[in-house]
Design a protein around this ligand. Structure first.
Ligand code: GUN
Ligand code: FE
Length: 440
């Protein structure tokens, strides 16, 4: 596999517009928000060199530096989707089932089609197009149990020079034969994929046991051995999503104190482990997850669509647990992190809580970058970060223009955007300082 297309070295470009980023969770530190109403982002060789007020920065910009004028738009770091299934692109909007039936009736048949590498390649391209048109530049992605589905995804992401995490689904029981692997086979296939892809370009591997019901004890042990053997490789899975699922896990592991405890017994509750859903955790689980610095991944559109339940952000925050936000397509109903923020707000309201624009934009940028172990590379406009960013046009539709025009504060404007905006408001998505969408 060739290297991604090279760019000329020593190239400096600048972007002028309203800039917003975070240096920490704004709930913990009110000064963590940086907002430059007229800012300049200076990018050298795809990496942020400076992010400053435009008036001072323009005065010291080397003569001849091209400045892209993005005034009138809000520029934020590229969104991070911390849990999504590229192989479920065609499952999105499948009507009328809770998790276990939905898996059997829609998801497993769709994933079986990924035995065909041509289907995997075409779907990976479509999926990445969807992410980019929604402003998402990094994601933690489930492929299928077919190793070639991971090759197809990573090859497509690498060619676009994207920072992406992906892994082969490990699944050796309670699933159709066409998707079933074995503990030993999944170990060897995952190891080969790690050797081939992890650390190449901006790619990283995640060991991916689907969830406890579909992995034997031997396979969960194999997952832990992969993590021991390959430091820096993450683990992603699902936990405590749905009542019937949780009862099933209790039947399969009568010795376990809780669903999370099953993963803990096999050594998988580790720093950086991405646990999607975390809806039905108890206090002991939250303390354990937070203590291990594992990540609770909030998937609000999936959880309302499948009727799984309401994630408790207040409780996660009180436990000091790392949290990220994710679409979980195809259980989730949108590729957009804006729609995902919107649903997170509604989920909070249904529990009588709040979730504001700052919470939302933090989680979708730096929060997600931290969750994926990339906070030193992406998620903000701090010097040295990869220049992955999204340009949001608050006047993209007549309603957006009217309503954002009435907003008096930054928080209000962010809230209007997350409530009303969709991919039409994504004027451009930049990857390493280069536009990734066709000009409109
Ligand atoms: N639990 C196990 N597999 C899946 C999946 O594909 N989607 C969701 N939402 N939950 C799961
Ligand atoms: Fe999922």
């Amino acid at each position: 596999m060739s290297a991604p297309p090279a760019r000329a070295a020593g190239r400096t470009v600048a972007f002028r517009g309203e800039l917003l980023d975070f240096s920490d969770d704004p709930r913990r530190d009110a000064r963590a928000l940086r907002h430059l109403p007229d800012g300049l982002l200076v990018v050298r060789d795809g990496v942020v060199e400076r992010c400053e007020p435009a008036d001072t920065a323009l005065a010291t910009l080397p003569p001849g530096t091209p400045v892209t004028d993005l005034r009138g738009c809000l520029v934020v770091p590229g969104f991070v989707d911390a849990h999504v299934h590229y192989a479920q692109t065609d499952v999105i909007a499948s009507h009328g089932h809770a998790l276990l039936d939905w898996l059997e009736n829609y998801t497993f048949p769709a994933e079986a089609r990924f035995a065909d590498p041509a289907h995997a390649r075409a779907t990976a391209e479509f999926f990445l197009d969807q992410l980019l048109r929604n402003g998402t530049t990094t994601a933690a992605v489930f492929a299928t149990s077919h190793p070639a589905s991971v090759d197809a995804f990573f090859a497509a992401a690498h060619a676009r020079r994207l920072r992406m995490v992906c892994g082969k689904v490990m699944m050796d029981r309670h699933c159709p034969e066409a998707l079933r692997d074995t503990a030993a086979g999944a170990f060897h296939d995952s190891a080969a994929l790690i050797e081939r892809w992890h650390g190449r370009g901006r790619l990283a591997y995640a060991v991916t046991p689907r969830f406890a019901p579909t992995s034997s004890d031997a396979q969960l042990e194999a997952a832990a051995r992969l993590l021991d053997r390959y430091p820096g490789v993450r683990l992603q899975t699902h936990v405590a999503e749905n009542d019937a699922e949780i009862r099933w896990v209790a039947e399969l592991h009568p010795w376990s104190r809780s669903y999370l405890d099953v993963y803990d017994r096999f050594g998988l509750v580790r720093e950086g482990t991405l646990f999607a859903h975390c809806i039905h955790l108890d206090d002991a689980d939250w303390a354990r997850l937070a203590g291990a610095r594992s990540v609770a991944v909030h998937c609000p559109t999936s959880n309302t669509f499948l009727g799984s339940g309401l994630f408790d952000y207040e409780r996660a925050h009180a436990a000091n647990a790392p949290v990220a936000l994710a679409t979980d397509v195809g259980g989730g109903t949108s590729f957009g992190m804006l729609a995902t923020m919107h649903e997170a707000y509604k989920v909070a309201r249904l529990a009588g809580n709040d979730f504001d624009g700052l919470d939302a934009f933090y989680l979708a940028t730096l929060g997600g970058a931290r969750a994926l172990g990339f906070a030193d590379r992406i998620g903000s406009f701090a010097r040295g970060r990869d220049a992955d960013f999204v340009v949001l046009d608050p006047r993209a539709t007549p309603l957006l223009a009217r309503r954002t025009g009435l907003a008096r504060t930054l928080e209000e404007r962010l809230f209007v955007l997350l409530t009303l905006a969709d991919d039409r408001a994504v004027a451009q998505t930049y990857v390493l300082g280069e536009p990734a969408l066709p000009a409109r």
